[in-house]
Design a protein around this ligand. Structure first.
Ligand code: MG
Length: 385
């Protein structure tokens, strides 16, 4: 054991560096659909994003599709070929705007699930009424429209108002500003997923108009069109262009950016959970990574990592290896001086926590002998209560 504790101070330093990472042994362990424990430090940290200077500004990971410049207009193209349209969309005073007969404008890049921000304004001098006043729209994937309409003191049918999922669901409230003012849309879009005619996910829209929620996870269910309801099992591709509608009204656009959303886990069905098969695959990969780390350690730090791997992939041989290392460590315990034992406080506490975790969650038998031995040491020293 003097091999394990030949230099107690050095061993302790090693353990402190390992233990201070937090490691596993926290909340509920991995299961058939969750590869990670609750609060698991092996779970990858999310990337850092700079949210931008002011609300509505593009975050650092956004794809800016229009920033007021002619250069960003290059990220779009007209839906109709040149010889079939009467005019073009133009950039004027930092805004993007259709001319009469220009037809729709499509982003060159395609998107599936995404967060979209855009701002639009209808002419200050409102003309026309109902659907004929400040009408435009943004179609996600070119397939389902979030309506743009100057509804300020301008009644129209509910499922065609600004912020409506057109022909599907009216906005919860009318949060428009007067015509001439810029209106902001923040849209979170999850495309419908239909596989072999089976609707795995109806797709969802969450929409904020001027910061006010008007759609809250509204199911798309195939979407709609003018006077039409689409079939629930309407197939959507993986991705499609954003489409700005030309409805014959001079609606201006600015500050358009998109962020693709992280993929959903749909392989287990409609509940958004991982399948058992893929969960187990992930758990094995995590266990292998932890075992790789263990191979670079010895003594108690190695034992802790071996035990950590067990919560992802249980392996009797790995447990035996950990038990051997812990037994060696405990075998040396009576030979340590009082000061040397005191220096092991943190190591004993961590070992106790790990063994208790394995016992509590059924990885080892109840009243586990090694656990009881470590607990006795911890209690004698008043390190646990
Ligand atoms: Mg429209």
């Amino acid at each position: 054991m003097k091999t394990a504790l030949c230099c107690v101070a050095a061993l302790c330093l090693l353990q402190v560096s390992l233990l201070s990472q937090g490691r596993a042994f926290f909340g509920a362990p991995p299961d058939d659909h969750n590869p990670w424990a609750v609060h698991d430090r092996n779970r990858p940290a999310p990337p850092v994003v700079d949210p931008g200077d002011k609300p509505g500004g593009p975050p650092s990971d956004a794809i800016v599709l229009f920033d007021g410049t002619q250069a960003s207009f290059e990220k779009w193209h007209h839906e109709k070929p040149e010889d079939e349209r009467e005019s073009n969309w133009v950039v004027s005073n930092g805004a993007l705007m259709p001319q009469k007969g220009a037809g729709s404008l499509l982003s060159k890049e395609v998107f599936g699930d995404c967060q979209l921000h855009l701002e639009w304004a209808a002419p200050e001098e409102a003309s026309g009424k109902g659907q004929g006043r400040g009408n435009s729209g943004v179609f996600l994937m070119g397939m389902v429209e979030v309506q743009i309409l100057d509804n300020y003191n301008n009644p129209s049918y509910a499922d065609g108002m600004a912020g409506a999922i057109y022909a599907v669901m009216p906005p919860a409230v009318n949060a428009l500003k007067p015509p001439g003012e810029w209106q902001s849309y923040d849209i979170i879009f999850r495309r419908p997923v239909v596989r072999d005619g089976v609707v795995l996910d109806p797709g969802f829209f969450t929409v904020l108009v001027n910061g006010v929620v008007v759609q809250d996870s509204t199911p798309i269910n195939g979407g709609g069109a003018y006077r039409k309801r689409m079939p629930l099992d309407r197939a959507f591709p993986e991705a499609g262009p954003l489409e700005l509608q030309d409805h014959g009204d001079p609606v201006r656009f600015r500050n358009i950016w998109v962020r693709p959303l992280r993929p959903r886990e749909l392989d287990g069905g409609t509940d958004g959970r991982l399948s058992k098969e893929n969960t187990m695959r992930k758990r094995e990969a995590i266990a292998d990574t932890v075992l790789d780390q263990a191979s670079g350690e010895s003594g108690l730090p190695r034992a802790l990592l071996l035990m950590e791997s067990l919560i992802y992939k249980f392996d009797k041989l790995v447990l035996s290896d950990a038990e051997r290392l812990i037994s060696e460590y405990l075998g040396e315990w009576p030979t340590l001086t009082a000061a040397e034992q005191q220096a092991e406080e943190r190591a004993i506490k961590e070992l106790h926590r790990a063994l208790k975790y394995l016992e509590t969650h059924g990885f080892v038998a109840p009243e586990y002998r090694l656990g009881q031995e470590v607990e006795a040491i911890a209690r004698q020293n008043d390190w646990i209560r």
